[in-house]
Design a protein around this ligand. Structure first.
Ligand code: SIN
Ligand code: NI
Length: 260
């Protein structure tokens, strides 16, 4: 089922290209949502696999995000979603790229109790890529609003390049960065969504997620896609360290499959 293509409307595509993000409701069905919740619950507890838990209970990062990277490498059910044509083809339509490759997935849980917001940041500065264009789908597994960690985006901020990455635990204020002038957090769009809906955002779009003030985890699955041909910058990253990728050559191969 997840192999079916979804034809996005011209207005969704135009909105994404103009503003750097777009909301797409009901990207998965109620049955698929139930399945994905089950798989995510299973894979979050894996030990000694190929996915990487990048935060541990008790450390400061965990209060921002309880995060596991590359769940698809440990769980066939997660792989069905992460490698699915439906999401990757939507990314292809939005970006206009000829082909789309997987960079990585990550489960993003915002845990209850002492939850911290995900500070304003761009994603692209974390990635070892020379070109911009990579982007994420962020699928809500719970209904989200300001009380449990919904996202906000600053429209048109995807045009801002060359900023330093923001440390998610000890953030600096991205709006004070030289090069971010004209960007205004008061213009941010708050995206409240039902579980099973999603947003796509460009790797350069400024975004933020509220702290989770409820008693339940806020569960999300994000998948990062890059235009086929995106080249490796040589910078260090959990998903590329140790792979002997060649600087300035395309990121490709079986760990970064072409999906659309
Ligand atoms: C979050 O899920 O809280 C943040 C996601 C992101 O930064 O892309
Ligand atoms: Ni982000």
């Amino acid at each position: 089922m997840l192999d079916n293509r979804l034809t996005l409307s011209e207005s969704q595509i135009n909105y994404y290209r103009e503003n750097g993000f777009v909301q797409v409701d009901n990207i998965i069905s109620a049955e698929e949502l139930a399945e994905l919740r089950e798989y995510l619950g299973e894979v979050m507890g894996v030990e000694g696999g190929n996915s990487v838990q990048t935060s541990k209970k008790g450390n400061a990062y965990f209060n921002v995000l309880n995060q596991r990277v590359n769940t698809w490498r440990d769980h066939g059910g997660m792989a069905r979603f992460v490698l699915s044509r439906r999401f990757a083809d939507a990314a292809r339509q939005l970006t206009g790229a000829d082909g789309i490759r997987l960079f990585h997935d990550h489960a993003l849980f915002k845990m209850p109790q002492d939850s911290k917001p995900t500070p304003w940041h761009q994603d692209w500065p974390y990635w070892p890529m020379n070109e911009s264009g990579a982007m994420s789908i962020w699928i809500a597994l719970d209904d989200v609003d300001e009380n449990n960690g919904c996202m906000m985006f600053v429209p048109k901020s995807q045009k801002i390049k060359n900023l330093k990455h923001v440390d998610l635990v000890e953030p600096h204020d991205i709006f004070s960065d030289e090069g971010a002038s004209g960007m205004d957090r008061n213009q941010a769009v708050i995206v409240r969504m039902k579980a099973g809906s999603c947003t796509f955002h460009d790797g350069l779009t400024f975004h933020y997620a509220h702290a989770n003030q409820t008693d339940n985890p806020r569960r999300a699955l994000a998948i990062i896609y890059m235009p086929d041909g995106t080249t490796f910058s040589g910078a260090s990253h959990t998903c590329t360290d140790g792979l002997n990728l060649v600087k300035d050559q395309p990121i490709r191969g079986g760990l970064f499959p072409k999906l659309a």
